[in-house]
Ligand binder design. Sequence first.
Ligand code: AMP
Ligand code: MG
Length: 487
Amino acid sequence: MTFAFDNTYAQLPERFFERLAPVPVAQPRLVKLNEALAESLGLDRDALRSPEGLAVLSGNRVPEGAAPLAMAYAGHQFGHFVPQLGDGRAILLGEILTPSGERFDIHLKGSGRTPFSRGGDGRAWLGPVLREYILSEAMYALGIPTTRSLAAVATGEQVVRETVLPGAVLTRVARSHVRVGTFEYFHARQDVDGLRRLADYVIARHYPEAKATEQPYRTFLSAVIGRQAELVARWLGVGFIHGVMNTDNTSIAGETIDYGPCAFMDAYHPNRVYSSIDHRGRYAYGNQPRVAQWNLARLAESLLPLLDPDPDQALAAAQDLIEGYTARFEQAYLAGFRAKLGLFEARDEDPELIDGLLLAMSETAADFTNTFRSLCDAAAGTAGPDAAPLADAAPLSPWLGFWHARLASEAGDPQARAAAMRRANPAVIPRNHRVEAALNAAVSGDLDPLDSLLRVLSRPWDEGPETRAYSLPPEPHEVVQKTFCGT
Ligand code: AMP
Ligand code: MG
């Protein structure tokens, strides 16, 4: 089993991490291997399935060329600053280069205690590991930047949460695991040299175009802001609620990271929260754009010493860039929802049209995914405004009138419009009740529902006999109200 390791993070100063190997587990058993991802990474899937591969994926063997370490980071959790978090249950094995020359972190989550574990046991259990697997792969198939899941391995050990549960390790693949909280870590220690080393590292790895500009650190901050704005706009477009948008869960590379108590919404409401720990709705669906800006302001604060030698100038530059987030988010959001509504032209009235639909949807608790998907048929003229679920929602009919009039006022072939809309409105998302059913079955040893779900989620735009059951909203007794971190 060989990995094309080329470790760069491990060459940063020792205060950036703690070097240690994963803690071995009793009896590893491969639950799920992502063969398509393995292939794109240039990894031999048969070797990964072999006892030797399993030893690596469970943390029982450190592969040749790895430089295992737990990363140091800080973070604002629900608005409160914690100066030291770090990988408390994860190990970065190293970075590999793919056949096409791309660089990815190979990271084991649930791999045992580290110096950053605080009171935790360093372990994860199978439910949340498979949950992250399903949701991250669904996100990837939707074309939204995300970390991915290479494998889920049961450890043969038990972890104690509210009850005793089967332990597991997830192999996570990411463009990097540097977070906003990594910058905050050095900022909190007034370690300007560390900050500069980290910024230079991230620029070289993720934002190389910034290097040649007049103000590389400002360009870098601006680019991170742009990626976050686009990411959150993409989340809103598929009804995704991250659930724990703490700064330590905000990737500097702009990927969706840390799938905890997250969810894709069924019935639309801007205040929707699924996380069992988000009592005040800080991370509700509609708050996410603001929270991202708040998180980026924490990054900007951390970067101040690099933005300008004069503190006033630095602050002014940071404020300017952070204020610029609003327009960048709006632009990405409008572009996304225009595509969802099949609007080929951009007009001043668009925000009102979009808000009008969302308001009507919130009043009727309309299913987010299916409402947009049914608009595709309505645009094609193959389903009139009588088709469900639009027909069930009387408050939608005035809006449908406005929308049809708008479409009629634009040039464009209805079939082409509907086809474009079908690429902007998934037929299938990982519905909470389906995810829960697949996880329950998998934890009791039946992997078939998980496999079927993953197969359907890998082609979210397709509609067919196999997908129909997966696109149905939950029956009242199936509705999932809360999701848990389960750490
Ligand atoms: P999260 O909420 O998953 O983003 O984790 C926040 C922090 O808690 C990170 O520093 C994690 O490494 C740490 N953490 C979460 N679960 C555990 C656990 N079971 N054992 C040790 N540390 C943990
Ligand atoms: Mg985290």
